[in-house]
Design a protein around this ligand. Sequence first.
Ligand code: SF4
Length: 142
Amino acid sequence: MKTPVNRRKFCQNVVATAPLAVFAAQSLAQAGAQPVKTLSPGTGGAKWLPVDDPTAKALGYVIDATKVERVKKGDTDGKDQFCRNCQLYAKGDDIDGKEAGKCLMLPAGSVHGSGWCKSWVKKAGNAGRAPQGCSPDSGGEF
Ligand code: SF4
């Protein structure tokens, strides 16, 4: 039987455990990011992701995030979302003078730091702001 007291206790428990849940989620996200850091697109002759990559197309990946509308996710405005500040991105060596990295979702090649796709996830510890120098790379369309 539901009573106001039970609802109050439930709410108290939610409030008490919420910080713990956030900490656990961030810890898991950071732990999940560790293997990505070992991938370097500059090692062994990195190449850009093929333009006809079917997964990239399905995810709506673009090399210049500013060219597409991005909706707010959590507390991060769309305009602040780039591959370079995505949880699934690991910075690698630049390619053709442009920032490049590996994406867990798109293993067929390197993505642009200035890119974006629908699977963007806020990087743990990221305040939601685009890092300094976050202007898009110049280049062709994907
Ligand atoms: S998942 Fe993240 S790093 Fe990968 S393409 Fe999408 S926005 Fe970029």
